[in-house]
Write a protein that binds this ligand. Structure first.
Ligand code: CTP
Ligand code: CA
Length: 227
């Protein structure tokens, strides 16, 4: 067993973390979702608890065991995640949004199972709310907000665009096109950009190791700019 020492910076912090995919129902037996496993968010929650933080984990459906010591809030849809996160946000010192929230959901959820009558079936989709964008607009100066950007191309440009547009303090860019990296596996290739222009690039790491890098970057940013 390994023991991470409690860290004075994290010991008094309330940390809100989101993880996993959301599911958007089409009918009683079908849904839209994505390949997110939840591993990155769960690794972050575990690492933050080990450092002594008070952690609330808002999670979509995953196959993972929740880390011991977190307050767990289970949700299914993007709308449920929005409501839960907005409820928790004002109490949170540091919010890390690693969930892969569905951008679209069926405009209409059939009450009955759709039968295979025709050769084709179109399902109309409507946009969900962008939770992180809303948090960026509600954020106070003593709160830190960290987003993720899952990108398959133009990783740096897109990530920096989201950092600015969503008024984040830091963004973790995740190159899902690289071998061994992405939504479903145990490893990631991440870069971290902050709103003061700081940039860090990491080689292929385990998601546990990535979690430690992310928490260290948050701590360093807070100490440098907001102490
Ligand atoms: N996010 C969110 N609510 C949504 C969609 C995304 O809070 N409805 C958050 C994610 O949790 C992540 C960040 O926004 O922290 C970026 O998500 P991403 O899917 O990379 O970017 P989008 O802004 O959704 O843009 P696109 O999918 O077109 O790249
Ligand atoms: Ca998206």
């Amino acid at each position: 067993a390994h023991f991470t020492e409690k860290d004075p910076f994290w010991m008094d912090k309330k940390v809100l973390i989101t993880a996993g995919p959301t599911r958007e129902a089409i009918d009683p037996v079908r849904y839209f979702s994505n390949y997110s496993s939840g591993k990155m968010g769960y690794a972050l929650a575990q690492a933050a608890v080990e450092k002594g933080a008070k952690v609330t984990l808002v999670t979509g459906p995953t196959n993972l065991d929740p880390p011991a010591g977190v307050t767990l809030k289970q949700v299914t849809t993007a709308e449920e995640m929005y409501n839960e996160v907005i409820n928790q946000f004002a109490m949170s010192d540091i919010t890390i949004k690693s969930a892969a929230v569905a951008d679209y959901r069926p405009a209409y959820t059939y009450a009955q199972k759709h039968k295979k009558k025709q050769d084709q079936w179109s399902v109309e989709l409507e946009a969900t709310k962008d939770i992180l964008m809303e948090l960026g607009s509600q954020k106070t100066t003593d709160q830190l907000l960290i987003g993720f950007a899952a990108e398959s191309e133009n990783v740096e440009d897109y990530a920096k665009g989201k950092l600015a547009k969503k008024q984040l303090d830091l963004i973790v860019a995740n190159d899902i096109s690289a071998k061994g990296a992405g939504f479903d596996g145990d490893t990631n290739i991440i870069s971290i950009y902050d709103r003061k222009g700081g940039e860090q690039r990491f080689p292929l790491t385990s998601k546990n190791q990535a979690a430690t890098h992310i928490l260290d970057s948050i701590e360093a940013f807070k100490k440098e700019y907001e102490s």
